[in-house]
Design a protein around this ligand. Sequence first.
Ligand SMILES: Cc1cc2nc3c(=O)[nH]c(=O)nc-3n(C[C@H](O)[C@H](O)[C@H](O)COP(=O)(O)OP(=O)(O)OC[C@H]3O[C@@H](n4cnc5c(N)ncnc54)[C@H](O)[C@@H]3O)c2cc1C
Length: 420
Amino acid sequence: MTPLQIAIVGYGTAGQAAAVLLARDGHRVDVFERAPEPGPVGAGFLLQPTGLQVLWRMSLLDPALAHGARIDRLYGDTPCGRAVMDMRYAGLDARLCGVGMQRGALFSILDDARCDGVRLQAGITIAGPDIDNDRWLRDADGRRHGPFDLVLAADGAASRLRGQLGAVRRDAVYPWGALWCLLDAHDWPHLHELRQRYVAARRMIGLLPVGTRPGDATPRLSFFWSLPVAAFDGWQSAALDDWRQAVTAIWPEASRLLSSTTTHAQLARASYRDVTLTRWHRGRWVLLGDAAHAMSPQLGQGVNMALLDAEALRDALRAKSLPDALTTYARVRRRHVAMYQFWSRWLTPVFQSDRDLVAKARDVAFQPVGRLPGGRGHMLRVLSGTQHGLFGALPLAPAFVETLDRFGRTAGAPASAVAS
Ligand SMILES: Cc1cc2nc3c(=O)[nH]c(=O)nc-3n(C[C@H](O)[C@H](O)[C@H](O)COP(=O)(O)OP(=O)(O)OC[C@H]3O[C@@H](n4cnc5c(N)ncnc54)[C@H](O)[C@@H]3O)c2cc1C
């Protein structure tokens, strides 16, 4: 392989993972990140077996498991205790689990893995390719950077570069978003479960154990409060106590955890987009992560997809020369991503909208549909990130599954013990 001079725009999960993987293959990598002090944005996330397997292949699974929280079950109910969703990884394989992580933990793990072949340039916003020569990047101050053999646009869901590179079929902001923050786990009893509570689709609270992060041994939960994007400002100007009372009315146990949340600024706003492209690359530029396929977080897949994208691009560059490698990368990843985009598009209004009838149907039908022959397996494969196309499955290596199983046995009850 001829070493390439590669630029990466964006130092989120996709950019970080790509930087590590490509530098390890001997490429010279320059990362441009607009934040003056690069760091994690948001609270926590659920990593699925597919994303964990990428970390395993990068030899980064051990630090991830040292900080993350083992998640066996996804459970959602209504305030009167009616179960709406109850899925366990053990239904797919008793050795599998998800891992809840703080964004800061994954950021540090990937940042620590960055080697000398990567030069991180912070505080630079890339505006696009140079008009005359796409080997060069233009920044927002009009400076040129380059030349590069390959440019990875990993600038996130609100990508400015996507419109200049891919052919955008859909780029829509969801009308509903969320407020989220990290909370001290205190004596929260559900340390191996993502718990959600719903009032129709108008209210949704989520609590996900996300473990610790380097330099902070306090176990935490990622808290999620759903609301329309148009209501963000109204929430900000209303008294925090009124909002806390609304949380208490729906979920008193969750509300107790908010005792240290005393200002609006402690909760970050999140909005999400639904993005599909007809083309993922142009010339020497290629899109990765949310920039290529942003979706709502309903299925908890975005970080996994970012890791898988980075690995697929590295593999394509090992096997083929440019531009065939970019075509192969895009083909491989589109086949996997399409199913998740489909389901997140359909499921998001079922959990976040003002459609009361849809929510009623969800409360009645979600569990029975999950018990239909074929339905349960499909739901679990989508959850774990392993569904590939309509009928295929992404393989999980036996040695990786054994590692995950060992983690399960040391980090709480084995999945098989809680399997229904
Ligand atoms: C509320 C919420 C919950 C979520 N939960 C989960 C979950 O449970 N599991 C899961 O897998 N995923 C989850 N996700 C999705 C996940 O966060 C994203 O899919 C993932 O972070 C995307 O990574 P990325 O690297 O593509 O983009 P980002 O993390 O957004 O990184 C993009 C980077 O590019 C930089 N940048 C942007 N523009 C420029 C520019 N012009 N020049 C230079 N730098 C630039 C940004 O500053 C940023 O650092 C959730 C998302 C939200 C909002």
